[in-house]
Ligand binder design. Sequence first.
Ligand code: PMP
Length: 387
Amino acid sequence: MQPADHLQNMSPSYIREILKAATAENVISLAGGLPAAEHFPMALLQQPLQQISQSPELFQYGATAGYQPLLDFCAEHYQLETGNSGLITTGSQQGLDLIARAFLNPGDGVAMEAPCYLGALQVFELAKAELFTVEQSDSGPDLVALEQLFAKGNIKIFYAVPDFHNPTGRVWPLAARQAVAKLCQRYKVGLIEDAPYRELRYHGDALPMVSSFCPEQAWILRSFSKIALPGIRLAFISGPQNWIDPLIKIKQASDLHSPIPLQALLLGLLKSSEFNNHLLKLREQYAERYQALSGALDKYLGDKISFQQVEGGMFLWLELNQKNDQPINTMKLAERALENNVAVVPGEVFYPVGQLSRPALRLNFSHASPQQLEIAIQRLVKAFDRQ
Ligand code: PMP
């Protein structure tokens, strides 16, 4: 049986291969976006699990929008704007898919930053959207290029990760947040503000969300994967009521609802008086891992690389300095790294197919311990030496 035509459009499966190889026992993986399992809040699960096991009604079919007490908690905790509503999804990944299926016709324009979160690229490619990218820098997305794109009139959605971007770790400054919100309002472009890393800030103060400047014009995706548990696959998506209702329709056809016992478990976890301590500790652990990684990069790779310091999230974007304009093949470099038992992701997979990119690697620092991170970089040096 032949799969449907739209599967032909999907990005190469290179990253799936790398992630598979990265699970081998002797490989240190800086490849995936995996949280540290040793810091999962297991102790805080005991009491809610006990309660859930005595509540058969939680194992009944439930409402598509989600378990009402969890929806109420999210609405209050995230201070939902009046006129906006929310929906619990099976991870933010499902939120993205629902938006694409409910709002995009083939050929509709989607703007995104380059490089971009791979899972978003896949969703929009599957929806047969026409993808447009704008460069990003420390000042945020290229606003001139973004306005030119919007002004052409074919862009329906702008997908953005303004806090601790995947893959670059960047944070948009305040001015870019306000300017993008204005552009979305002026050109009636729907903003998807994808914020899975927002609560993983290790230093400095949080900036207002972009959507807070254009709440009538945005979806917000908040994932519980990075701050709680990725395996329970739960996220909260909010936006104007008439932007959420079509998502509920599609979700109903897709999976009826996300598992209610897991939603009750998540609620128990979020309401625990210890949850905040868990978050504080998690931030400390990840900050320490980031220090270990950035220190090892400076120590072992010095002039061969450059990277921006990050203040949170899980990723560091390692730019590779070309010597005498000699091209660097990052795919080959990642293969060599894997032969040396360290997994990294070549930067080019984070661009739409065929788009040129500067040589870079994405390094994750949340999964490996500080000691492993140092060893990983020593192994990466060997791969560099063989280039
Ligand atoms: N958006 C971004 C930017 C991500 O990095 C990820 C996960 N790596 C997701 C969405 C998907 O998260 P979830 O586990 O909630 O599906």
